[in-house]
Design a binder for this molecule. Structure first.
Ligand code: FES
Ligand code: FES
Length: 152
């Protein structure tokens, strides 16, 4: 089946199997490998992207469910001239990025969190990111990064 998805502002059409997960569509059909796959259980959040502006786990949706909709991945966060998104900048400045495996998903979830609550407490950040696991377990600097982005 053919699905048409606007990814990072660019409309893309690809022929996919009906069972294709959105995360596989993004990585294999759209060629955007910044979105990672970390688990088989919908629990790690490494695959988080924005669907119509809201963070979703792209391994829990079919590509067909995003047909006609807008997806933003980590590749779409920086400005066209390469200027980092404030959240990316905050991760860089606060050492939120360790091995980086979880980072794209963390950045997507964190920006969505700040869209809903521009000035969260540390506890609200921790709660808001509880669906995203960091295999490096370096949560302190990730939370610090999100709080820094909130006050930027
Ligand atoms: S790969 Fe989607 S939640 Fe882990
Ligand atoms: S930075 Fe390594 S998984 Fe989070």
């Amino acid at each position: 089946m053919e699905v048409t998805i606007t990814i990072n502002g660019e409309e893309q059409k690809h022929d996919v199997e009906a069972r294709t997960l959105l995360v596989h569509y993004i990585r294999e059909h759209a060629g955007l490998t910044g979105t990672n796959i970390g688990c088989d259980t919908s629990s790690c959040g490494a695959c988080s992207v924005h669907l119509n502006g809201e963070a979703v786990k792209s391994c829990t949706l079919l590509a067909a469910q995003a047909d006609g909709q807008e997806v933003r991945t980590i590749e779409g966060m920086a400005a066209a001239d390469g200027t980092l998104h404030p959240m990316q900048q905050a991760f860089m400045e606060n050492h939120g990025l360790q091995c980086g495996y979880c980072t794209p998903g963390m950045v997507m979830a964190a920006t969505s969190l700040l869209d809903e609550n521009a000035n969260p407490t540390e506890e609200e950040v921790r709660l808001g990111l509880e669906g995203n696991l960091c295999r490096c377990t370096g949560y302190h600097n990730i939370v610090k990064s999100v709080l820094a982005a909130a006050s930027a």
